[in-house]
Design a protein around this ligand. Structure first.
Ligand code: GLC
Length: 725
């Protein structure tokens, strides 16, 4: 798989964005020719998007698909279809409605990223893209990849963690999968929308160099890999300018530096002007009823007619939209029809189950309390509605399951609630796989739960933390007194297992007293089965953390999230220059802080050895090679990770944001006793610094140290390589 990684990266890096393999070769020309035939009124149709449900008293157009994210009319005269837009990155969502569409839910984006499996990321994207198309859509608003700067961000469950290389590659593959269904994919939210508190009004301060080496790098890598037809600009301001009218972000970085040929759509409610937005690089106002005005309606026509917005700009807006549509075969493939009966839900369940299995991370397993073996005669399952369901995240990404929520009436009444519990019971799935007597207590009464635990061989506590768009978690602590519940159970039974179903990293005051901890994130439509297969050893855990688990909020660049959650439209700023590009593990290594669990950490039911790391300069490309071996008794998948940093002597000169960066990885299936030689080609940017002067990446001469291991903090082999400029 790594060959794919190397080739694709090198190719993408060598050429600019416009010629990536995916885009239909003549999309540019066809778009150009069509725009030349369009009237101004027809061009105006393309740049103005409707919401697919009633909002602020505005009803959706009759041709919109009911309760969907967006609709943009087409131009039948020129064979331009409408754009039927659906959310989102974890499956086909439905806006709040009396009869939500019932579709397959992927686990959190954090699970896909924690699988470190690029092939699986593609398959996951392809699966939900197929459901989107069979639901009548030709645009999917997925590709959510804001970096995890704050472990309390309510939308981390939609994203891909804290490292730009891992997040960029995984998300790029998901977008490529989405678009393999002849639909336009998206990447969002561009850029630096890394908290939900005051998301519509907060002003993010970030130096360009730091931004280019963090959030923007993740987006750039994902765009190179996935070639999304569209970029969704974000709600927040960046350095004093709204993202959706930022000439720097949209024209200078995205369209000029990166050569991006697709179109920029706004987030729903993120358009704030006509002339500044159009000239600033916005191409489509989405979901206009969420905005204060129809900025890209008659006002844009007037701005074009009186020259405030050049005619060529309107042509460019239309051309970019059409290019994305031609490049993804929206004109050539037959128009999508609403035919959900054609969805192969059984096959799709296997995909989402595999993501949950490969994305869950075994954080602790003392005394091998896992996997559950035949000598376990009694198991008590505690909390998390584990007798019925697994939890899922709220907001635009909310996917509704068959039969609706398995538990009703929990969480906020209105958006982004209520909490949707997916009817996939870990307990039922476990009962089908063990001869042990399995009982359930709901966990509301810690003493009763402890008593039940005392009477069983093993106690399994399912701890949940709901997360949702528009809200950040008040802290990293588990809510609803679950810490006390876990402590009580652990006090009653040494063989206590904690299964975390959380949107985010959480603190674990009870960690020393429990036997095992499995981070299952939001586990998706087949999550119950996936968790049971992991607990019984039917599947050997292979997930590795795509984000650091801090020990406390005090360790964070911003112990308290900036802004005021009770304020609707207060103006606030937040300073990302505190950490700059040193996001996540980079921050911890730069400041010498020790997290609870490190980026890349994850245990298995077998053991691996990572050795003999070598690095060579192969005609300007740095190639790493090493051996990985399965030294245990069970088959499994290792995730060897290589990190790189300037050798201590040349660290200062190198101008890096932190001591080390992830340089590459592979996911390697190994039988017991088997070993494999692995080769990783390093993306040249991982060895370089983004220079403001040249507005691109430059590697400074010096000696660089490479480290190999099974986690960022588990190094078993090192090597150095002197490299010229
Ligand atoms: C939401 C989200 C965005 C989503 C859009 C349409 O507010 O920010 O991710 O795609 O609006 O629902």
């Amino acid at each position: 798989m790594n060959k794919v990684l190397a080739v694709a990266l090198a190719a993408a890096f060598a050429t600019n964005l416009a010629t990536t393999a995916h885009a239909a070769p003549d999309a540019d020309k066809r778009a150009q020719d069509t725009v030349a035939q369009m009237t101004q009124a027809e061009k105006m149709l393309l740049v103005f998007g409707y919401f697919g449900a009633e909002f602020a008293g505005v009803k959706p157009p009759k041709d919109a698909i009911p309760y969907t994210a967006g609709y943009v009319p087409g131009v039948p005269r020129l064979n331009i279809p409408p754009q039927w837009q659906t959310d989102a990155g974890l499956g086909v969502a439905t806006q709040p409605s009396p009869a939500p569409r019932e579709r397959t839910a992927l686990p959190s984006g954090m699970a896909t990223a924690s699988s470190w499996n690029t092939k699986l990321a593609y398959e996951a994207g392809a699966m939900i893209g197929r459901e989107a198309r069979l639901s009548g859509h030709n645009v999917i608003l997925g590709g959510a990849v804001n970096l995890q700067r704050d472990p309390r961000n309510g939308r981390n469950f939609e994203y891909a963690g804290e490292d730009p290389l891992l997040a960029g590659i995984i998300t790029g593959e998901q977008i490529r999968g989405n678009q393999s269904n002849n639909i336009v994919g998206t990447i969002k939210h561009f850029a630096f929308n890394d908290q939900e508190t005051n998301r519509n009004t907060i002003d993010v301060k970030i130096d360009e160099q730091a931004g280019q080496m963090s959030d923007l790098l993740a987006m750039r890598i994902a765009i190179e890999r996935g070639d999304p037809g569209s970029v969704m600009c974000a709600y927040n301001l960046v350095n004093g300018v709204y993202a959706c009218e930022s000439d720097w972000l949209l024209n200078k970085v995205l369209k000029k530096d990166w050569g991006y040929k697709g179109f920029v759509m706004s987030d729903w409610g993120a358009t704030h002007s006509t002339t500044q937005a159009a000239n600033g690089g916005l191409d489509q106002q989405s979901g206009w009823p969420f905005d204060k005005s129809m900025y890209f309606g008659p006002a844009l026509k007037e701005a074009v007619d009186n020259g405030h917005v050049p005619k060529e700009r309107l042509d460019d807006m239309a051309k970019r939209i059409l290019r994305a549509m031609y490049a993804n075969n929206l004109m050539d493939a037959p128009q999508p029809k609403v035919e959900p009966e054609k969805i192969d839900f059984a096959a799709h369940a296997k995909v989402t189950r595999q993501v949950a299995e490969e994305g869950s991370v075994l954080l602790k397993n003392a005394g091998n309390v896992l996997p559950l073996t035949a000598d376990v005669k009694s198991i008590v399952i505690i909390g998390g509605h584990a007798d019925k369901a697994v939890i899922s995240g709220g907001g635009a990404a909310q996917v509704h399951p068959h039969g609706g929520s398995a538990v009703k009436g929990e969480g906020p009444k209105g958006f982004p609630g209520p909490i949707i519990w997916l009817p996939s019971s870990p307990m039922k799935a476990l009962q089908a796989r063990t001869k042990a007597r399995v009982t359930y207590v709901d966990g509301k009464d810690a003493a009763a739960a402890a008593k039940a635990a005392a009477g069983a061989d093993v106690a399994i506590v399912f701890a949940t933390q709901w997360a949702a768009e528009s809200l950040d978690a008040p802290s990293m602590a588990l809510p609803d007194n679950q810490d006390a519940l876990i402590a009580a159970v652990a006090g009653a039974n040494k063989r206590t297992v904690v299964v975390l179903e959380t949107g985010n990293p959480v603190t674990m005051p009870w960690l020393d007293n429990v036997g095992a901890v499995l981070a299952a994130w939001f586990p998706g439509s087949a999550g119950g089965e996936a968790i049971a297969r992991l607990l019984t050893g039917e599947v050997n855990p292979s997930g590795r953390l795509a984000a650091t688990f801090p020990a406390s909020e005090a360790q964070l660049p911003r112990p308290k999230i900036d802004g005021d959650p009770t304020s609707r439209d207060g103006r606030f700023t937040t300073d990302y220059n505190i950490e700059g590009a040193a996001v996540g593990y980079k921050w911890f290594e730069k400041t010498g802080k020790k997290p609870l669990f490190a980026f890349g950490h994850g245990l298995s039911y077998t053991t691996y050895e990572y050795r003999d790391l070598k690095a060579r300069n192969d005609g300007g490309k740095v190639v790493l090679s090493f051996t990985v071996a399965n030294t245990g008794k069970r088959a499994g998948q290792a995730v060897p990770q290589v990190y790189v940093g300037p050798a201590p002597a040349s660290a200062k000169a190198a101008g890096w944001e932190a001591p080390r960066r992830l340089a590459g990885w592979d996911k390697v299936a190994l039988q017991p006793g088997e070993s494999k030689a692995v080769s990783v080609t390093v993306d040249p940017r991982m060895l370089a610094v983004w220079e403001p002067k040249t507005r691109d990446w430059q590697r400074r001469p010096g000696t660089y140290e490479f480290t190999l291991g099974g986690a960022s903090d588990a190094i078993t082999s090192r090597t150095t390589l002197a490299l010229p400029k």
